[in-house]
Design a protein around this ligand. Structure first.
Ligand code: HEM
Length: 465
C-alpha cells in the first residue's frame, strides 16, 4: 500500500464485512465495488496489477512462501518424491509450525491486502488468521480461481495501455514453478480479458431490451452475432492452452494441487468441512453468459458432483449457497462477493433476453439468439476436448519417464513461488466428490450435461406464425 497516496480511494477505510455498511455509505473496497467490481476495460480482472507482497508486518508469511520456493516444497503425495524432497519439505513444514500467529486486524481495512493474504495457504498457526481473512472476504478458506487467475497476474513488460495485452501477462504465484502451470492460469486470464467485449455486448443488449421496439430488435440481432464471434475467440484462446501446457505435466504435477480438501479446524469458525479446489467453474464470466442467455443449470441431474456445505454460518454459507445445490450454483460461493452479487443482479434483470426473443417470434432475431447459444456450446465442446486431453487421457497411462526431467528444465526458479495445499491425492477434479467414476466417466457425463443444457435453451420458431 506504500505506493498509494493517503487520498487514494483504496486507502479509504474499508467497511467491516462482519458489521456491515453504515446507512448511506458507499462500499469503496474497490473502485468499482458499487458496480460489482466489474471494470469496463478488464471485466472481472482488476484494472491494476495485483499486490505482489504484503507490508513488513506480514513479512514472515511472504518469507515462508520464498522458502517454499527455494526448498522446492512438494506434496507428500507426489508420485516420484525423493528422500531429499521429503526432508526439505518436512523442514519447511516444521518452520511453519513454529511460527507465530500474526494478527490480521491491520489487513482488514484493505481489500488489496486481504486479497494478497488470501493467496497464502499454510497450516496452523497461520490457519486462524487465514480464516479471519476469509471471513472478511466472505470466501471459503481454500485457494479459489480468483487467487490463481483474477488476482495473480502482473505485466511482463510495463505498459501504459489501459487494457493489458493478452501476450503481456505473467502469473505471480505458482505451485510448481512450471511454465505449464503459468500457461494454464494465463489461458483463463486471457479469456477473462477477451470476455470483456462479451460483457459490454450484454450491457448494450440490456439497454435495447429496455427500449424494446423494432429498431432495438435489429440491434439486438447484430449484438447476438457479435457475441457469437467473441465466444469463438474464447474457444480459440482455450484451445491454445495446448501450446504451453503439457497434459502429462498438468495431470501429474499441477492438478494434484487443486484437489478439494477436508478442513481440520472446521468446527472453529463453523466452516463447511469439505471444500472445492480452484476451478474455472468459478469464473463469473461463464456464469454471466449462461445467466444472460437463459441457460438453466439450476436443475443439474444427480450425476453432478454433490459437495456438502455446512448449513450454518461461515464464509461459504454466508454466500447463501444451500447444501447440495447444483455444482455450478455451489461454485458461486468461491467467487469474489461482488461478482457473486453481479450474477444475482443479472439473474434478476426485469427483461430477460430469452423470453423477449421468444415473445417477438422474429425469425432473424431467433436465429441470432440461437447462434450465440451455438457459440457457447462450441466453447463447451472445446472444453470437453481439453478435459479429455488433460485429465481422461493421462489418467489411463503411467506418467512418462521424461516428466521429472522436463519439470527440472522448465522450473521457473527465478520468478516462481510455491504454495502449500491440502491435496489428498484421491480425486481427479477440484471438487472432492467429482470424478469418482472410472477414468473420469462422471466428469465427462457432468460436462456433457452442462453442454447439452446450453443447446436446450435454443428457441424454435413457431411455424404457424
Ligand atoms: C487445461 C485446461 C483445463 C482443464 C484440464 C479443465 C478442467 C475442468 C474440470 C475437471 C472441470 C470440472 C469441474 C472441476 O473439477 O473443477 C471443469 C469445469 C469448468 N471449466 Fe475447465 N478446465 C480447463 C480450462 C478451462 C478454462 C481456460 C476455462 C475458461 C475460463 C474453463 C472453464 C470451465 C467451466 C466454466 C467449467 C464448469 C462447467 C461448464 O460451465 O461448462 N476451463 N474444467
Amino acid at each position: 500500500m506504500a505506493h498509494l497516496s493517503p487520498n487514494h480511494f483504496l486507502a479509504l477505510p474499508r467497511p467491516g464485512v462482519l458489521v456491515g455498511l453504515p446507512a448511506g455509505v458507499v462500499d469503496t473496497t474497490t473502485l468499482a465495488a458499487h458496480d460489482f467490481d466489474v471494470d469496463t476495460r478488464t471485466g472481472f480482472m482488476p484494472p491494476d496489477p495485483p499486490l505482489v507482497r504484503l507490508p513488513t508486518q506480514w513479512e514472515p508469511w511472504e518469507q515462508l512462501l520464498d522458502d517454499a520456493q527455494v526448498h522446492r516444497l512438494q506434496l507428500g503425495s507426489k508420485y516420484d518424491i525423493t528422500d531429499e524432497e521429503v526432508i526439505q519439505s518436512e523442514s519447511w513444514r516444521a518452520r511453519v509450525r513454529q511460527s507465530h500467529a500474526l494478527p490480521t486486524v491491520d489487513l482488514c481495512p484493505s481489500e488489496l491486502l486481504l486479497r494478497r493474504a488470501h493467496q497464502i495457504r499454510v497450516p496452523a498457526p497461520i490457519t486462524v488468521p487465514l480464516l479471519e481473512v476469509c471471513a472478511q472476504l466472505q470466501l471459503p478458506p481454500v485457494i479459489t480461481y480468483s487467487d490463481d487467475v483474477l488476482y495473480n497476474w502482473a505485466l511482463k513488460v510495463p505498459s501504459e495501455e489501459p487494457i493489458p495485452a493478452l501476450d503481456n501477462l505473467r502469473s505471480l504465484t505458482l505451485f510448481t514453478g512450471t511454465r505449464d502451470e503459468e500457461e494454464f492460469y494465463l489461458t483463463s486470464a486471457r479469456i477473462e480479458l477477451r470476455g470483456v467485449d462479451a460483457l459490454e455486448i450484454m450491457r448494450a443488449m440490456m439497454d435495447e431490451l429496455f427500449v424494446g421496439d423494432a429498431l432495438a430488435a435489429r440491434r439486438i440481432t447484430r449484438y447476438l452475432h457479435s457475441l457469437a464471434r467473441v465466444l469463438d475467440d474464447l474457444t480459440r484462446i482455450l484451445l491454445a492452452v495446448r501450446d504451453g501446457c503439457n497434459p502429462d505435466v498438468f495431470y501429474h504435477s499441477i492438478r494434484p494441487w487443486f484437489n478439494g480438501c477436508r478442513l481440520w479446524h472446521a468446527q472453529l469458525l463453523a466452516f463447511p468441512d469439505e471444500l472445492s479446489g480452484p476451478s474455472a467453474a468459478q469464473s463469473a464470466l461463464i456464469h454471466a453468459l449462461d445467466v444472460f442467455l437463459g441457460v438453466d443449470h439450476t436443475s443439474t441431474p444427480s450425476s453432478s458432483p454433490t459437495l456438502e456445505l455446512a448449513p450454518t454460518s461461515g464464509a461459504a454459507a454466508s454466500a447463501h449457497v444451500p447444501p447440495k445445490a447444483p455444482f455450478l450454483v455451489r461454485m458461486r460461493a468461491y467467487m469474489p462477493r461482488h461478482h457473486r452479487n453481479f450474477l444475482r443482479h443479472l439473474a434478476a434483470a426485469p427483461r430477460p433476453l430469452r423470453a423477449a426473443v421468444e415473445r417477438t417470434g422474429d425469425a432473424t432475431l431467433t436465429d441470432a439468439y440461437n447462434a450465440a447459444l451455438a457459440g457457447l456450446r462450441r466453447l463447451r465442446d472445446a472444453h470437453l476436448r481439453i478435459v479429455t486431453l488433460y485429465i481422461v487421457g493421462p489418467s489411463h497411462r503411467p506418467p512418462p519417464a521424461s516428466l521429472a526431467a522436463t519439470l527440472t528444465v522448465q522450473a521457473k526458479v527465478a520468478t516462481g513461488e510455491v504454495k502449500d495445499g491440502f491435496a489428498n491425492g484421491t480425486c481427479m477434479g477440484s471438487d472432492p466428490t467429482l470424478l469418482r467414476g472410472t477414468g473420469g466417466t462422471d466428469l465427462i457425463r457432468f460436462l456433457k450435461g452442462v453442454r447439452d443444457r446450453t443447446s436446450e435453451a435454443a428457441l424454435e420458431l413457431d411455424s404457424s406464425t
